[in-house]
Design a protein around this ligand. Structure first.
Ligand code: FE2
Ligand code: FE2
Length: 319
C-alpha cells in the first residue's frame, strides 16, 4: 500500500508549481524582449519612401515591437554599497526624469493633431512609452533613495510639430551616445549586471523611437506639397540649431529651459562612468552599439544617419 501522505505523481508540490510559474513568466519576458528587438514586414516587396506602404511599415514596426512590461512590478536589484554610491552620484537623474516628462507631453500633443489613424496610434504608443520611461526612472530613483530636484510642470508646446521635431531629433543625438555609454557602463561594471538588465528595455525603446522618427520625417517630407518643403527644411534646421545651443548650454551648466539642474548625460557621462575610454574608442563603441541595436529591424526602414555620420567624421579627425 502506498504512503497516504506522499504526493501523488500527478500532483505537484507548491515549490515545483511556483518554479513552473516562474519559468513560464521568464519565458514570456524573454519572448517580449526578443519581439521588441526583431521585426520585419512579412511581404518581401521593395518599399518606396513616402508611400502608404512606407507609412504602414514604420508604424507597424513601432506598434508590433511594443514590450508590455509594467514599471510597477520591476524588481530593482539590491546593490552593493559601492554600486549604490556610484549610481546615486551620477549627475543625470533630474535631467533624465524631466526629459521624459517633456518628451511625453510633446509626443502626445503632436499625436492629437494627426488624422491618419495608424500614424496616430503609433504616435500615441510612442507618447505612452515616454510616460512609462518617466515612471521607470521615478521608481528607480525611489528604490535607490536618489534625491531629485522639485519637478517643473510640463506645458504642452505652442507648436505641436516643433515639439515633436525637437523630441525626435534630440533623441537621435542622445540615444546614439546613450547606447555607447550604457555599453561602457556595462563593460566596466559601473552598473551591476542586474541593473543593466533591468534598464535595458528602456534603451532599446529609444532605439525604436529614433528609427520610427527618421522614417516619419522622410515620409512626411515626401508628402508635403513642394512649396511647403523649403519651410519644413528651414524648421528642421532651426530645430538642430536649437538642440546644439541647448547642449552647449547644458554642458556649461546653463539650463536653457530653466528646469534641469544637472549635467548632461551624453556630454559628461563618459567621465562619470569610470571607464577611461578615449574619445575615439567611445565613438567607435557608440557606432557599433547603434548598428547592433538597429540590426534586428526590417532592412527597408531608413536608419538614423545624421549623428552616426557626424560621429564617423569626428572619428576621422581624431585619428
Ligand atoms: Fe524616453
Ligand atoms: Fe523616446
Amino acid at each position: 500500500m502506498s504512503d497516504p501522505l506522499a504526493t501523488p505523481e500527478h500532483e505537484t508540490t507548491p515549490d515545483a508549481e511556483a518554479s513552473a510559474i516562474a519559468a513560464v513568466a521568464q519565458a514570456a519576458v524573454e519572448e517580449a524582449d526578443h519581439a521588441m528587438r526583431h521585426w520585419a514586414d512579412p511581404s518581401p516587396e521593395p518599399v518606396k519612401l513616402g508611400s502608404p506602404r512606407h507609412l504602414s511599415l514604420f508604424c507597424n514596426m513601432l506598434l508590433q515591437t511594443h514590450n508590455p512590461y509594467k514599471p510597477a512590478v520591476i524588481e530593482w536589484p539590491q546593490l552593493s554599497p559601492e554600486a549604490l554610491g556610484r549610481v546615486t552620484s551620477l549627475p543625470i537623474w533630474d535631467i533624465a526624469v524631466q526629459t521624459e516628462g517633456r518628451a511625453s507631453i510633446r509626443v502626445e500633443t503632436f499625436a492629437a493633431t494627426v488624422q491618419e489613424p495608424l500614424l496616430r496610434r503609433a504616435l500615441e504608443m510612442d507618447g505612452t512609452e515616454e510616460a512609462r520611461h518617466k515612471v521607470v526612472l521615478s521608481k528607480l530613483v525611489q528604490a535607490y533613495g536618489i534625491p531629485l530636484a522639485p519637478e517643473p510642470s510640463y506645458p504642452p508646446p505652442d507648436d505641436p510639430e516643433w515639439g515633436w521635431l525637437v523630441t525626435g531629433y534630440s533623441e537621435c543625438i542622445d540615444s546614439f551616445f546613450a547606447f555607447g555609454l550604457f555599453a561602457a557602463a556595462k563593460r566596466s561594471g559601473f552598473f551591476p549586471a542586474e541593473l543593466v538588465e533591468t534598464f535595458e528595455p528602456v534603451i532599446q525603446e529609444e532605439g525604436r523611437h529614433i528609427l520610427f522618427f527618421v522614417n516619419w520625417a522622410a515620409w512626411y517630407r515626401r508628402n508635403l506639397p513642394w512649396w511647403r518643403r523649403p519651410l519644413f527644411a528651414l524648421k528642421v534646421a532651426r530645430v538642430w540649431a536649437f538642440l546644439i545651443w541647448e547642449r552647449i548650454g547644458i554642458a556649461r551648466g546653463i539650463d536653457p529651459d530653466g528646469v534641469a539642474q544637472d549635467a548632461n548625460f551624453t556630454m559628461n557621462g563618459s567621465a562619470a562612468l569610470g571607464e577611461a575610454l578615449s574619445p575615439r574608442s567611445m565613438i567607435e563603441l557608440c557606432l557599433a552599439e547603434n548598428e547592433r541595436r538597429m540590426a534586428g529591424y526590417d532592412s527597408r526602414l531608413l536608419r538614423p544617419e545624421t549623428v552616426p555620420r557626424l560621429a564617423r567624421l569626428a572619428r576621422r579627425l581624431l585619428r
